[in-house]
Design a protein around this ligand. Sequence first.
Ligand code: SF4
Length: 281
Amino acid sequence: MSKIKVAELFYSIQGEGRYMGVPSVFLRTFGCNFKCAGFGMPRGELSNEVENIAQVVHMYNDYKELPLVTTGCDSYASWDPRFKHLSPLLTTDSIANSITQMLPNKTWKDEHLVITGGEPLLGWQKQYPDLLDHPLMDKLREITFETNGTQKLTKEFKHYLSEWSRWKHREITFSVSAKLPCSGESWDDAICPEVVCEYEDVGTTYLKFVVANEQDVLDAECAVGAYRATGFKGHVYLMPIGGVESVYVLNNKAVALMAMQRGWRYSDRLQVPLFKNEWGT
Ligand code: SF4
């Protein structure tokens, strides 16, 4: 039986993108190819907020105890090796059982599954079919992969997903949060149009850029140009930066206006005003 290293597994409301407001189970896998230490920092500087938390890592036995950060990646513990002891390696059977216990009717109805990270397409493509084929997952109809858009689908997983969605009118979405220079990651590593265009062969795919100011939106325009030149057809969303409410409220309206000006969509982060973006929301 396959095993997946699970950073978090919880039931909440999807706060972002196409399924905003939909009751959803979140499977947050461990591991990411990025650090995104530039978020919330002056351009060119990197956050070291997590360093202080990592120095006292022995104090934390559960995700819910971890401090939230205002800069850098807001889900740092889902990939930073210093926090890996908080992410157990679980069998797909135990994941399916835990999910069933979380669902209000103990079976899938209108809820959707979000497979997120970290970067969920980095290490676990081989294991997902075991989970999705589990009898307890049979009534699941909609999945979103929240990805940074840098990981190519393996031939086997691409084939599997195509078959999965063909069966019983199921729907697959790739919510691609491509990383702009404000993340601190390099353009060449982060903007991978060929990879993202291939997701469109399998499911509904859209781009969701996290932005704070006009310069970030100019970068997003440049990136969209590169994706379109490669044949990308999906929608574009702008989403305000801000894993904590004080940062989020500073720029959510400005970001909505910048999205409108370009005919792009605005994505909120409902988990911030609703749940303060606490772990497990
Ligand atoms: S890609 Fe996502 S999970 Fe990975 S470091 Fe960046 S923000 Fe965090």
